[in-house]
Design a protein. Sequence first.
Length: 331
Amino acid sequence: MSKISAAITAVGAYVPEYVLTNQILETLVDTNDEWITSRTGIKERRILKEEGKGTSFLAINAAKDLINKTGLNPKEIDLVIVATASPDMKAASTAAYTATQIGATNAFSFDLEAACSSFLFGMSTASSYIESGRYKKILLIGADKNSSFIDYTDRATCIIFGDGAGAVLFEPNNEGLGLQDEYLRSDGDGREFLQATYGGSSYPSTPEAVAEGKHFVFQDGKTVFKNAVFNMADVVVKILERNNLTKEDISWLAAHQANKRIIDATANRIDLDKNKVMMNIEKYGNTTSATLPLLLNDYESQLKKGDKIIFAAFGGGFTWGSIYLKWAYNS
Ligand code: UT7
């Protein structure tokens, strides 16, 4: 019997309508379009403005996009994973609400949190369930409403982050396509450099903490940047070596969109042709868990069955890793 592999068989996406441009940010903080563009590659991001709508709103719309495109019957979905660093609320699962709202009434569901690596780690999780033969249809959604914990007076963070969501369907494949290998890592010593300190169990929100803005995301950008450049390139090299892949073999690099300079550095480390580097940071900024599925959605029409895609991510925690996947369909 041939081994079952776990393939992505469909994608969908959703971004909110409101566009936060560099020009608008110039009116909020001491920054300018030239600085943001040259230091990050970002021109604009999408922000979910409507009161009372959280990450599940983004996740539900991305899932509905996938369902509408493919005609998938949501009742056939076995598991819904919402990869997110910004769940709707404490205690209640964002994935459970999302699954019910899209009609996945025969599924179980859970949230998966690993900061900007959430979706990458979710790919590993979803694939393991498929490879084991336990489940046949897993909806993996990467969704984040970063604007819910960004301080729009802090130029070190507000220029980078945006909101969005992407969804993929994982199914069994018997042609050897889908996830081939992974190299995933974490290092908890990194959490001091990127965190939202208040609002969790260590430091519950207090009126004083909120008044001082301690529930917002803080980052030591330079330290995060250096670690991201080193570690993303390192795991990509390891994945290539372990699978005897040369830069010519690779069809695409799908790297977490945090800063164009980090993505360029990763591609340069393996001397990859820039036409093979997926990039959409200019229009969405860093959408945390959503960057990888948003890339797949934007590039779906260019992807061909058998394409060798190297995924890479780095994020808070620290968390990081790389996945090698063979694309399973022509669209
Ligand atoms: O998703 C994973 C998590 N996040 C990341 O991976 C982000 C990693 N870090 C970064 O992308 C970059 O560190 C930033 C984009 C956050 C900052 O870029 P940088 O090149 O590291 O800038 P810097 O913090 O070293 O600042 C350089 C200069 C400073 O001025 P001086 O001291 O040289 O006079 C800053 O004060 O740029 C100044 N600066 C700004 N100027 C205009 C910092 N932020 C801004 C700004 N607009 N928004």
